[in-house]
Design a protein around this ligand. Structure first.
Ligand code: URA
Ligand code: SF4
Length: 205
């Protein structure tokens, strides 16, 4: 039921808006719970809101977001057919890296979003997202080095859900590094192919 999905996701957004489970509530402007189609078969998970996201309350609206829009287009997706969110829902001051206790405090919100949306594929943008999702999915070969897993398709269990995961670099990393930019483009072209395969063949992942 669509209304049920909308209701639960709005509930998560309200919980995030009043959340004080870690220190970040006190320095952020707007919470950034995530945005997109509640029926999306693809979810993208970034790191944390930056300055522009903190001002607008929406994920990936700054320079990295513009590049992400291009990557989505190259994969053959419209932005409004996917769901985009982050590991942390509040901006860390000065865009510093997420701290382990912040990740622990915040990821139950991501877990709820995944459980409701039930994506067929999750794209991990950057190492915080990759760490959380591959470790949760029990990928034993992953030792914390994103370069060893990016652009690969993993089949994992995310709690009760069976789904595919493709880790890639964070779009911000591709902005000023042509090598990483090319790898991001290749990874998104692969992601587009994998998702078209799932949609056309109706493959059960
Ligand atoms: N970087 C992220 O990881 N997430 C955003 O929403 C914006 C920039
Ligand atoms: Fe709560 Fe997450 Fe914001 Fe921390 S970052 S205050 S856990 S919503």
């Amino acid at each position: 039921m669509e209304n049920e999905r909308v209701r639960i996701l709005e509930e998560v957004a309200r919980e995030v808006a009043s959340c004080r489970k870690c220190r970040l509530w006190s320095s952020r402007m707007k919470p950034v719970p995530g945005q997109g189609d509640v029926y999306a078969d693809v979810m993208l998970v970034g790191e944390a809101p930056g300055y522009n996201e903190d001002v607008e309350g929406r994920p990936f609206v700054g320079a990295a977001g513009k590049f992400l829009d291009k990557l989505l287009e190259m994969a053959g997706f419209r932005r409004d057919e996917v769901f985009i969110t982050n590991i942390l829902k509040c901006r860390p001051p000065g865009n510093r890296d997420p701290l382990p206790d912040e990740v622990d405090a915040c990821t139950p919100y991501l877990d709820k979003q995944v459980a409701v949306i039930k994506p067929k594929l999750i794209v991990c943008l950057g190492r915080y997202s990759t760490n959380y999702i591959l470790l949760k999915g029990g990928v034993k070969t992953y030792r914390g080095r994103i370069s060893t897993v990016r652009g690969q398709v993993f089949k994992i269990n995310f709690e009760d859900l069976s789904l595919l995961v493709v880790p890639t670099y964070h779009p911000a990393a591709g902005l000023y590094n042509p090598k990483l930019k090319n790898m991001l483009i290749n990874d998104f072209i692969l992601i587009g192919k994998v998702v078209r395969g799932i949609r056309e063949r109706g493959v059960d992942v």
